[in-house]
Design a protein around this ligand. Structure first.
Ligand code: URA
Length: 431
């Protein structure tokens, strides 16, 4: 078998066999198949798609490219949650501690930023010392002892996805149903989750822009989950506008911490409580949604969720003082509050526009391995449905240089649309 023939077959819309997929993923993981062929393979899949069987084979091949953890001897039921990616989506940083505080062990492997969408690992690295490279042994040990892990892909867990993910970020091969489904589910399967909650985003700032596409992605991932014997639930949530207020690495972690302290923007808090309630349900800590939500609310009110975040940060080598004093986070040199250019109702805050502007500020990468600037980003003050008066604060730009600040201000102003008539707020969840 030759990698080039497999690429050609997919380029010409052929259906790959399990053996061909296995061969490609093995070779790509061990370096025999170089990055440029990996990128061509990803592009052929993006352009021509994959059948459900091919996608399941790709997922399992990527999950088996390293170790597949069996956590059943470590915890009764290991639960995981994963978002399909969006702008301002810092949900895991709040939800994982909430759920762990309710006595449900949660171990999660997250990713870095992907295109215009942020990544949990990049965000967490705004906390000095926080390690995202735990070994498999450390992952298991920490899950057993602390009941919470939030790390990156170790070299021995789904390494094929780790390599492919970094390539896709910079080769225009992110928005592909089979590539996203296999990327997410291979990580979940390898990390040993027995029950999984998927937060599938839809809208202008999601990889799946229509509800129909998002539903297809959710169905595909649930099928893969069942095939692999994992209980899998999917929620379809809005990503037309950024989630919450903060967009950018440190700014988002600060907002996640504020939310655990009982503050934070109302939409983000509501989103987190909803996701946490579902995680508690699949994790058999709550019999129904209302009970799950109450538990999650309690974890914020009694401070136990915040305490779990401290435990997590400390366990992974981070400076826990950042959790108690958010002024420790690196701040951008320039902060400008931008006012509303007109009065009316906000009818759009184009999430992708804001996400791309954040990447241009330095919050994301233009090419593989680029350093990122943790301090830069935006605070979105006015969201869809809000009424504004000319001159009222609309958003803040946090930038490291003046030229970038000017460009970012313009880009986010262009992401906004206003209406004279009343505009309803966007729903948080569709299904
Ligand atoms: N999250 C992932 O882990 N992978 C993707 O491809 C998209 C979102």
């Amino acid at each position: 078998m030759r990698a080039v023939d497999i690429i050609i077959k997919k380029r010409d819309r052929g259906e790959l066999t399990s053996q061909e997929i296995e061969f490609f993923i093995k070779g790509f993981t061990n370096g025999e198949i170089p990055d440029y062929q990996g990128a061509a393979f990803a592009m052929a899949i993006l352009l021509n798609g994959m059948t459900a069987f091919e996608t399941a084979d790709l997922t399992l091949a990527m999950a088996r490219s390293g170790q597949v953890l069996d956590l059943s001897k470590i915890v009764d039921l290991a639960v995981d949650k994963h978002s399909s990616g969006g702008v301002g989506d810092k949900t895991s940083i709040s939800v994982m501690p909430m759920v762990a505080a309710c006595g449900l062990p949660v171990g999660k492997m997250s990713g870095r930023g992907l295109g215009f969408s942020g990544g949990t690992l990049d965000k967490l690295e705004s906390i000095a010392g926080y390690r995202v490279d735990l070994t498999t042994e450390e992952f298991k040990q920490q899950l057993k002892e602390k009941g919470i892990v939030l790390t990156g892909q170790s070299l021995d867990l789904a390494p094929a996805d780790g390599k492919m993910y970094a390539l896709r970020d910079v080769t225009g091969t992110v928005p592909s149903l089979p590539l996203i489904a296999s990327s997410i589910m291979s990580k979940k399967i390898a990390a040993g989750a027995q029950a999984i909650v998927l937060d599938v985003k839809t809208g202008l700032g999601a990889f799946m822009q229509t509800l129909d596409e998002a539903r297809k992605l959710a169905d595909l991932m649930m099928d893969i989950g069942r095939l692999a014997g994992r209980k899998t639930v999917a929620l379809l949530s809005d990503m037309n506008q950024p989630l919450g207020g903060a967009v950018g690495n440190a700014l988002e972690v600060i907002e996640a911490i504020e939310t655990l302290c009982g503050g934070g923007p109302a939409d983000f808090r509501e989103h987190c409580l909803h996701v946490a309630a579902h995680v508690l349900m699949v994790g058999q800590r709550a019999n129904d949604f209302t009970a799950g939500r109450k538990l999650a609310e309690k974890s914020i009110a009694d401070g136990s969720a915040l305490e779990k975040l401290r435990v997590l940060v400390q366990a992974q080598g981070g400076d826990v003082r950042y959790v108690d004093d958010v002024s420790k986070f690196e701040r951008a040199k320039y902060v400008e509050v931008v006012s509303a250019p007109r009065s009316g109702f906000v009818s759009q805050v184009h999430a992708r526009g804001v996400g791309e502007a954040a990447v241009a500020l330095g919050a994301g990468r233009a090419k593989k391995g680029d350093p990122i600037d943790h301090a830069v980003g935006f605070i979105i003050h006015k969201k869809v449905g809000d009424q504004v008066q000319t001159g009222e604060p609309l958003f803040e730009v946090h930038a490291s240089d003046e030229t970038k600040l000017t460009e970012a201000r313009q880009a986010v102003l262009e992401a906004y649309r206003f209406n004279d008539e009343f505009v309803s707020p966007l729903p948080l969840f569709y299904e």
